[in-house]
Design a protein around this ligand. Structure first.
Ligand SMILES: Nc1ncnc2c1ncn2[C@@H]1O[C@H](COP(=O)(O)OP(=O)(O)OP(=O)(O)O)[C@@H](O)[C@H]1O
Ligand SMILES: [Mg+2]
Length: 230
């Protein structure tokens, strides 16, 4: 087994306006290659905060985090940026797309930060077709619906063939049929391409398709028995 991610005693606190919050209190999590781990938890429980840390976007925490066997705190900013770019795909809760670019340009954004490969455009088109957006390639993102934007963000995260995909509610805005297709796609990516996925989700279907389900509660991650995830 190859360990993709190992978090130990991750603690994160925010102090503002005199108030102090600690959404993450000594969180431990280890994820092996090919796992699909889902994370549940009430609104405000710290799921997005955790995902940002696991993806190397936020290093202001205590505890330790290894990604692909490397201690993220020992990496320079450039090394960490490269690791994220080459090996991690991230789907943000708020998508973070560029509204004035069209769909395919948004999916191709990662190629601006690395060496573009000859088949990037074809790959972007294939992904978008697979995600049901094949007829929207030239539309500006600002005219798309929430669920369509969510799928563009997913295509962008998958473009560089990441080894680890981190998703913040990837099916949150989708109807049950489209959401079912995303769950199928995730299953296929995990089985066929050995992609590793950590997804914050309230979807029972996605949780059932996963290898493990966890709940973030009171700053701790609790493993759920598989049936309870339903
Ligand atoms: N940048 C920040 N500054 C101060 N507090 C923050 C910041 N980001 C998050 N928090 C606080 O940390 C807690 C967890 O927030 P987080 O966004 O991780 O929750 P969440 O579980 O993703 O919620 P949701 O399901 O609504 O997306 C909240 O109480 C929030 O107010
Ligand atoms: Mg969130």
């Amino acid at each position: 087994m190859t360990t993709i991610l190992e978090a130990r005693a991750i603690t994160k606190a925010f102090h503002d306006d005199g108030a102090s919050r600690r959404p993450l209190d000594e969180v431990d999590l280890r994820v092996e290659r090919g796992e699909l781990v889902t994370i549940l938890g009430r609104s405000g429980s710290g799921k997005s905060t955790l995902l940002g840390i696991l993806g190397g976007l936020d290093r202001a925490f205590t505890g330790s985090l290894e990604l692909f066997g490397r201690d993220v705190r020992r990496l320079t900013d450039d090394e960490l940026a490269r690791l994220r770019h080459e090996r991690i795909g991230f789907v943000f809760q708020a998508y973070h797309l560029l509204p004035h670019l069209d769909v395919i340009q948004n999916v191709l954004v990662p190629t601006l930060f690395g060496l573009p490969r000859r088949d990037d455009r074809r790959r972007a088109r294939d992904l978008l077709e697979r995600l049901g957006l094949g007829d929207r390639l030239a539309d500006r993102v600002s005219v798309l619906s929430g669920g369509q934007r969510q799928r563009v963000a997913l295509a962008r995260a998958l473009l560089c063939d990441p080894e680890l995909l981190l998703c913040d509610e990837p099916t949150g805005n989708l109807d049950s049929e489209t959401s079912h297709e995303i769950v199928e796609l995730f299953g296929e990516l995990v089985r066929r391409d050995h992609l590793t996925i950590v997804a914050v989700t309230h979807s029972d279907e996605l949780a059932r398709a996963g290898t493990r389900s966890l709940r973030l509660d009171d700053g701790r991650l609790v493993e759920l028995p598989h049936e309870e995830a339903r």
